[in-house]
Design a protein around this ligand. Sequence first.
Ligand SMILES: Nc1ncnc2c1ncn2[C@@H]1O[C@H](COP(=O)(O)OP(=O)(O)OP(=O)(O)O)[C@@H](O)[C@H]1O
Length: 238
Amino acid sequence: MLEIRNFSKTYQKGKRAADHIDLTVEDGDIYGFIGHNGAGKSTTIRAIVGVLEFEEGDIRIDGHSVKTEPMACKKVTAYIPDNPDLYEHLTGIQYLNFVADIFGIDGKVREERIKKYGDLFEITSALGDLISSYSHGMKQKVAIISALIHEPKLMVLDEPFVGLDPKAALDLKNVMKELCAGGSCIFFSTHVLEVAQKLCNKIAIIKQGKIVAAGTMEELIKDQTLEDVFMEVVEDAR
Ligand SMILES: Nc1ncnc2c1ncn2[C@@H]1O[C@H](COP(=O)(O)OP(=O)(O)OP(=O)(O)O)[C@@H](O)[C@H]1O
């Protein structure tokens, strides 16, 4: 579903943020992407979802290149950035309808999905209010619902648990599992290793732009914790 081949990114001031990255995310995977601050997670994620241009390597979603077939990629992908920037002058429901329009989701289906996820995340009663009046967590919830509205085949999330209360975080984990059980896949970055260990079937660890370990959770951690493995791998790669 997602294939990253030999992807590298050097920013204008010469910073090499991603260095020959190869990764494959398959249908049904909940793939965690972990690494220290500044390791290159957001750079990779932003290239996957088409908001960061790159020259080296190729990224394909459902067989389509993000460089040459961006629309085909975007149709099947949902992206939630680490700090969702929503249209503040719209109400929550106007924003969700706007996203549903873009993806061509018909009225009945969108209503059902907005009701299902709005109720789950306990935000239905606030959807008539302006987004500018929302807390960070409420904006995060609307961003999550907008991502789920078109049942993406690939969901890409950058630090999705930051700012969510414990109930919302649990709901999101359950929604992620449900989506992947239905054949979609998720690629997400996180610093919360306990969550990654419980939730993910695959993990990649990035250090200074390079993948230093990747594979299934069982292969990687064996009888250790993800935190132990992360610290070992990152120290070894120094
Ligand atoms: N627009 C930019 N121009 C120049 N350098 C950048 C730019 N964006 C990111 N970088 C640099 O690229 C490196 C990787 O940054 P990136 O945001 O991908 O890391 P990250 O793993 O997502 O970090 P964090 O966990 O702190 O969010 C860092 O050294 C960062 O300073």
